[in-house]
Design a binder for this molecule. Structure first.
Ligand code: CU
Ligand code: CU
Length: 286
């Protein structure tokens, strides 16, 4: 049992050790294996085949297991570290300590969005991007999006999703208008914006965070740790609501075989969503 802390409360030593563990996974090649898994499972509604990770009910359990596997790898390097979370409703500007030189480094420069500061700047020699969907070998960010108009989600945006007592609803993809999952994943918006909550954070950071290779930015893990915590908060707010769909879909449902109900096993770990609903035996949030 270990604790995942709010990143803003990490000590200087805790940040140093976490950064060192990230760099060691990068050096050993393990980090890029995680990026490749995410690229492989970055499947959208319009594509054929199953969707385990995105635009799908198993968005939360799939990423919970993905983070657990990564955290395990980090803790093999240094048993004292765990994944912190980034509460982007509070630390919602480029001035947040998250982006300082002693932690994740800052925004990309104008010309090519290349991150020039902090331990993950390409020029420092320890963060070469290998598994990617673009040619760039350096970490990129573009805070606020191309026109600087994207803002981070607010507490009210999160509350709007969390208020929904239904976990997910048909058609179980990015077009579902009801349900906590699609409101928090961020395809259902509730306003004219092009995406909310989880998706909007990817858009606000920009650069490599925009696509399937988004784990190339270490902030991916801190973002998804907060998404994981928000799932827990939703569970606590609605103790009688469970994962949906609870049983297999009808044979004639167009999503049959494409999504994962409560007891169907998700690749690549053959884990069922039912096994991932409760993390309290493994870690807790502070
Ligand atoms: Cu993902
Ligand atoms: Cu994400």
């Amino acid at each position: 049992m270990y604790t995942r802390k709010n990143q803003r409360n990490l000590t200087r030593t805790e940040k140093q050790r976490l950064v060192a563990a990230f760099l060691e996974l990068k050096r050993s090649g393990r980090y890029d294996e995680f990026v490749s898994v995410h690229v492989q499972y970055y499947t959208a509604d319009g594509e054929t085949g199953p969707r385990a990770a995105h635009s799908t009910p198993s968005f939360f359990p799939w990423h919970r297991q993905f983070l657990l596997e990564f955290e395990q790898a980090l803790r093999t390097v240094d048993p004292s570290v765990s994944l912190p979370y980034w509460d982007w409703t509070t630390d919602n500007t480029p001035a947040a300590s998250l982006w300082a030189d002693d932690f994740l480094g800052g925004n990309g420069r104008k010309r090519d969005q290349q991150v020039m500061t902090g331990p993950f700047a390409h020029a420092n020699g320890h963060w070469q991007i290998a598994a990617s969907v673009t040619e760039d070998r350096f970490l990129t960010r573009n805070f606020g999006g191309p026109k600087g108009r994207v803002t981070l989600p607010t507490k009210e945006d999160v509350a709007w999703a969390t208020r929904d007592a239904v976990y997910d609803s048909a058609p179980w993809d990015s077009t579902a208008t009801g349900g906590f999952r699609n409101k928090l994943e961020g395809w259902a918006t509730g306003n004219a914006d092009k995406g909310n909550n989880h998706n909007r954070v990817h858009r606000w950071v920009g650069g490599v965070m925009l696509g399937g290779a988004s784990p190339n930015d270490p902030v991916f893990w801190l973002h998804h740790a907060f998404v994981d915590l928000l799932w827990l908060r939703w569970q606590k707010a609605h103790p009688r609501s469970g994962y949906q769909p609870a049983g297999p879909l009808d044979a004639n449902d167009p999503q049959k075989g494409r999504i994962y109900s409560l007891n169907e096993t998700m690749p690549p770990w053959n884990m069922r969503p039912a096994q991932l609903l409760d993390h309290s035996g493994l870690y807790r949030y502070a």
